[in-house]
Design a protein around this ligand. Structure first.
Ligand SMILES: NC(=O)c1ccc[n+]([C@@H]2O[C@H](COP(=O)([O-])OP(=O)(O)OC[C@H]3O[C@@H](n4cnc5c(N)ncnc54)[C@H](O)[C@@H]3O)[C@@H](O)[C@H]2O)c1
Length: 253
């Protein structure tokens, strides 16, 4: 198959955390441009609600219930995608949790471990499963959603900040491994985005976060989806192992 034939293929994307927030906005963006999408999420209620909405609009979206921290469930997700769409060319790792929001000295080992299991190990397991298909196919795009917390470290969010920093390092490592196989892997680091993840954040904390953003507002999930769509596309050809900023100017690196 020639390079131009490959680029004409209908792509398939797996979006973890695809039933809500940034993942959901990304699913609409990719499916709207003709990409087959599997939204993979462990919240069955939002998953079935969103699948019904996609179906109503006639978009090519399937759903799979998965806890990304469980290797056998991740295996099931990739098997499902192979059967449904014949394999995966795009992986967007969006599933994540905030974890303990308190001083580090009060964090239990259980709270720490569950955050690592989802944000870091879950992202790794999905990357690993995707690479097993993408490397032999000599094509792939992986986008790992990290956070500004992983670059700067947020107080009272030690587990979240540490796991997101680790996702950035994981991205750099995997990108160097997979580059020669035509697989491009990047991360991105959003500042505060208006999604259900922030629904319990109090106004004072939100005001503080906004005060640090030169553009003076929170970001919208659709704005993040636009960047992810480009990072996951054939147009992204000479950047790999990078962490893109989407922080309204809070981080300029
Ligand atoms: N919203 C923000 O301000 C912000 C900022 C920086 C980074 N992020 C990151 O963006 C990503 C998406 O966050 P969001 O704001 O859209 O949040 P969200 O809560 O709206 O969506 C996250 C989704 O992930 C799913 N999920 C959680 N744990 C899972 C697991 N173990 N297996 C499968 N699915 C699981 C949830 O069910 C949910 O649907 C996260 O990785 C988050 O850390 C968000």
């Amino acid at each position: 198959m020639t390079a131009s034939e490959t680029s004409r293929q209908v792509r398939t994307a797996i979006i973890t955390g695809g039933a809500s927030g940034i993942g959901l906005a990304t699913a609409y963006k990719l499916a709207g441009s003709g990409i087959n999408v599997v939204i993979a999420d462990f919240n069955e209620e939002t998953l079935s609600k969103q699948l019904a909405a996609f179906e109503k609009e006639g978009l090519p979206v399937a759903g799979y219930r998965v806890n990304i921290s469980r290797p056998e469930e991740v295996k099931g997700l990739f098997e499902f995608t192979r059967q449904k769409f014949g394999g995966v060319q795009i992986l967007v790792n969006c599933a994540g949790m905030v974890g303990p929001n308190k001083p580090a000295i009060q964090v239990s080992l259980e709270e720490w471990q569950s955050t690592v299991d989802v944000n870091l190990t879950g992202t790794f397991l999905c990357c690993q499963a995707a690479l097993k298909e993408m490397i032999p196919a000599k094509y792939g795009r992986i986008v790992n959603v990290a956070s500004i917390a992983g670059k700067e470290g947020n107080p009272n969010l030690a587990a979240y900040s540490a796991t997101k920093g680790a996702v950035i390092a994981l991205t750099k490592s995997l990108a160097k491994e997979a580059a020669s196989a035509g697989v491009i892997i990047n991360a991105l680091a959003p500042a505060v985005i208006a999604t259900p993840m922030n629904k319990d954040t109090n106004q004072q904390t939100l005001d503080y976060m906004i005060s640090r953003i030169p553009l003076g507002r929170v970001g919208q999930p659709q704005e993040v989806a636009e960047m992810i769509a480009w990072m996951a596309s054939d147009a992204c050809t000479f950047t790999t192992g990078f962490c893109f900023d989407i922080s309204g100017g809070r981080a300029t690196y």
